[in-house]
Design a protein around this ligand. Structure first.
Ligand code: GLY
Length: 510
């Protein structure tokens, strides 16, 4: 079923897409079963028990540059193995050993690198050598070429431990011992108790209506679902179809919406086990409408004079994603990550897998930007055992209570606006799933006060028109990589893979 496929894909990505697929990182899965029930599984990394609020600051309270991104302290306690096993135990139908075996075979016998993967590994070569004293599978003499075989014998052995002993094959025993010894040798924090105690958590999804659609996505500790629903709540009252796709009027109102929502993200979102989050307030239509009361149709706001709102009053870039639907109508949207490409670049000696650098998703210091330029405050400060705030947004959309779309994306802080635009491209602008995925994207995240855009997203007249009303714009590299499935009116499925990466859409007829 779809869950077997999702778990198999998650392990295959850990082998074949080491930039983001992982067993040393974490993620989230959103399930919609054929009977219409939704479930969220949170296997986000946690701060180790030895972590502390100011661990990335010096004595004067300044952030120590690079400490939260490129030192062994950057790693949160990995969640992927606990998550995939919990998902499979609850909803899988094949035996676990059959689901994980293809990944073991891919690790042992190897697989041919694509052009993009060869370039990416070559770019990281110096970093892998700097971070690892012993040889690692990702470095070879000379450069990688397209078609070269990447074999990962140590990773194959680690996956066999997981196949044979379940979560104990990773969180206890030999593999756990290798993680702890790596930490001890490098001055890291993850200890045996961190590993033994790690558990994936089942959570209630967040859901909201957008016109005739129901949009279901992740609750905290991801900001993705709440931010997406806030944006849709504002935009459903805007005649975007009339404005047209990526015209100045459309981009202006969307960027102003995004600016306000990301300001709220910084102030209010974090791990719900540690802070109180005004979820109902943030999702309230009245609140989101009130946030746009100072919107001016022909003038950009300034982020420095636009703080977060007060939802209490209304109280009630490198990552990877896969979308799966099976013949019975079960659906899974899964997003998983090491954070940065290849995470910390640290390979656990003997175990052959990369450790995440997810601690950078915490706010090291209020107002200080992380690697995505996101700022945060107390809500997302470091505390032992706390999960760092995410932007991952695996999402499922229903129309008339039937499955309509499954989607998600990598892209750090841009994940949320990427998912937003993909939904709007289909539901408002009438695109096919593939057209919606291919279409150019833009992004505003409050701070820095800029609209980032892909070249194909905005023509020069639109850029000029937005500049004239006070927006700052910056063209940038590709934003997001959406892999999505649309259920067509006749029941057929349109899978769309993002040409920005090596992504593939695949289907089987029984
Ligand atoms: N590390 C990216 C995210 O979780 O948002």
């Amino acid at each position: 079923n779809a869950v077997d496929a999702a778990v198999a894909v998650e392990y295959a990505l850990a082998v074949c897409y080491p930039a983001a697929g992982n067993i040393g990182g974490g993620g989230f899965m959103l399930f919609r079963l054929a009977n219409g029930e939704f479930y969220v599984l949170d296997y986000r990394e946690k701060a180790p028990l030895g972590a502390s609020r100011d661990m990335f600051l010096d004595r004067e309270g300044n952030v120590i540059l690079d400490l939260s991104t490129s030192h062994v302290l950057v790693s949160g306690v990995p969640g992927t193995v606990a998550g995939t096993i919990a998902a499979h135990e609850r909803f899988g139908s094949l035996p676990f050993h059959r689901v994980i075996q293809p990944a073991i075979d891919l690790a042992r016998t190897g697989f041919p690198l694509t052009e993009k993967q060869a370039v990416s590994l070559n770019t990281m070569k110096d970093e892998f050598i700097k971070q690892n004293k012993s040889p690692v599978a990702f470095v070879k003499e000379g450069d990688w070429q397209k078609g070269d075989t990447l074999r990962q014998a140590e990773l194959a052995r680690t996956l066999e431990q997981i196949r044979d002993h379940g979560r104990d094959g990773f969180y206890r025993g030999a593999v756990a011992g290798m993680i702890v010894s790596e930490m001890m040798q490098r001055g890291g924090l993850i200890c045996e108790s961190d590993l033994n105690q790690y558990a994936a958590v089942w959570r209630e999804p967040v859901a909201g209506n957008y016109r005739s659609y129901k949009v279901v996505s992740l609750p905290p500790p991801s900001s993705g679902g709440i931010c997406l629903l806030q944006m849709l709540s504002v935009l459903e009252d805007v005649p975007l179809a009339q404005y047209g796709w990526n015209t100045a009027a459309t981009v202006h109102v969307m960027a102003e919406t995004e600016r306000r929502v990301y300001a709220d993200r910084a102030a209010f979102l974090g791990d719900p086990g540690f802070i109180e989050i005004p979820v109902d307030g943030l999702l309230s239509k009245t609140y989101n409408t009130s946030r746009m009361s100072d919107f001016h149709p022909s003038r950009a706001s300034r982020s420095d004079s636009l703080p977060a709102g007060n939802p209490w009053m209304y109280e009630s870039e490198e990552t990877t994603h896969y979308s799966v639907i099976d013949d019975k109508g079960n659906a899974v949207a899964g997003t998983t990550t090491l954070n940065d490409a290849y995470g910390s670049a640290i390979v656990v000696r003997g175990a052959g897998f990369l450790l995440n650098n997810q601690m950078d998703d915490f706010s090291s210091k209020p107002g200080y930007p992380n690697m995505y330029g996101l700022v945060g405050g107390e809500a997302n400060s470091i505390q032992p055992g706390k999960r760092m705030l995410s932007s991952m947004t695996p999402t499922i959309v229903e129309k008339d209570e039937r499955l309509f779309m499954v989607l998600g994306s990598p892209g750090g802080s841009t994940i949320i606006t990427t998912v937003l635009q993909t939904i709007l491209n289909v539901t408002v602008h009438g695109m096919t799933m593939q057209e919606a995925v291919d279409a150019g994207r833009f992004h505003h995240q409050w701070l820095p006060d800029q609209i980032y855009y892909e070249k194909q997203a905005l023509d020069s007249l639109t850029v000029r028109a937005l500049q004239l009303i006070g927006h700052r714009l910056q063209e940038r590299s590709p934003i997001g990589r959406v892999d999505a499935i649309l259920v067509l009116p006749d029941g057929r499925l349109e899978g769309a893979a993002d040409h920005r990466g090596d992504d593939t859409a695949f289907g089987w007829n029984k």
